[in-house]
Design a binder for this molecule. Structure first.
Ligand SMILES: Nc1ncnc2c1ncn2[C@@H]1O[C@H](COP(=O)(O)OP(=O)(O)OP(=O)(O)O)[C@@H](O)[C@H]1O
Ligand SMILES: [Mg+2]
Length: 269
């Protein structure tokens, strides 16, 4: 089966891209789908759990600059089927160069080619539509956009959709929108509820996922420990189940796409 390569991106920062990438990656692997979560952001948020303070580890940066192989940089986790590719160490002065490198087809292209045994590759992009995001959209099959349930968020979704349209025209005509996920929903805040209502009004149910991620301190705690939220309670924290529900929605959507691409199941005559 072909790899579903998902660019997780947003124009706005801090909307939950990394949270979505790590937790969805775990959920997909738990459901039996081999998944690599790849960090394109030199902030190294994803790698936080893997590192002791003051230590660095190689990752995507070292792979694309040729100093280590992908096999050396990929980190197997204790969850069967889940691997992580951290961003690696990027000197702040080289961050722009790293983004430009990722924007070129020869940046991410060979990495994705080498990951073609995976069922899913989730690409955690930095915020904005810089080189890393453009590079990810250039090699992705799908885009997944988290929307923070706060005012002004919907406007920034439009900017990503416009960028996707440009990338489709120039480089990747098959790029599809996997969908939009509402994140950090606070049902006690009127402004948050208003964004959710506006999203339900403005976006097709085929586009907006039913699963909504609430604002909860357990997410912050999990990110401080650098683990998926599911690991925050023995067995599985209930918020981990939420990402399994999102993963199941995604799998159903992809299955419908397959049927769509195969043409109608019946004919009239
Ligand atoms: N549902 C939630 N409830 C509470 N806090 C959350 C939730 N989701 C994410 N957070 C916290 O919000 C912060 C931003 O989340 P995250 O890092 O996932 O966003 P991001 O879009 O990847 O940010 P950046 O643009 O900087 O890469 C983190 O500290 C995270 O722990
Ligand atoms: Mg992030």
């Amino acid at each position: 089966m072909e790899t579903t390569r998902v660019a997780i991106c947003s124009h706005k920062g801090g909307v939950g891209k990394t949270t979505l990438a790590l937790n969805l990656g775990l959920a997909l692997a738990q459901l039996g789908h081999r998944t690599t979560v790849m960090e394109l952001d030199s902030q190294e948020s994803l790698a936080a759990s893997l590192l002791r303070p003051g230590r660095t580890m190689p990752g995507l940066h070292e792979v694309v600059t040729g100093s280590v192989t992908l096999g050396e940089a990929l980190v197997a986790t204790k969850v069967p089927g889940l691997s992580l590719l951290p961003a690696g160490h990027v000197d702040p002065l080289e961050a722009v160069g790293f983004q430009s490198l990722l924007a070129q087809p020869e940046g991410l292209g060979p990495v994705l080619e080498a990951l073609k045994g995976e069922r899913f590759v989730l690409m955690d992009c930095p915020s904005g539509v810089g080189g890393a995001t453009l590079g990810a959209l250039g090699v992705a099959t799908h885009t997944l956009i988290p929307i923070q349930a706060e005012p002004l968020s919907l406007r920034s979704v439009q900017l990503v959709l416009e960028t996707m349209a440009g990338v489709r025209d120039r480089r990747n005509p098959d790029l599809e929108l996997l969908g939009l996920v509402l994140m950090m929903f606070d049902r006690d805040a009127d402004a948050s509820m208003e964004v959710v209502r506006a999203a339900w009004r403005d976006f097709d149910p085929e586009v907006l996922f039913e699963t909504v991620v609430p604002r909860s301190p357990v997410y912050l705690d999990a990110s401080l420990h650098g683990v998926p939220v599911a690991f925050m309670a023995p067995g599985m924290h209930p918020e981990g189940r939420r990402f399994q529900m999102l993963a199941e929605e995604i799998l159903r959507r992809l299955a419908r796409e397959e049927v769509g691409h195969a043409g109608p199941a019946q004919s009239l005559l």
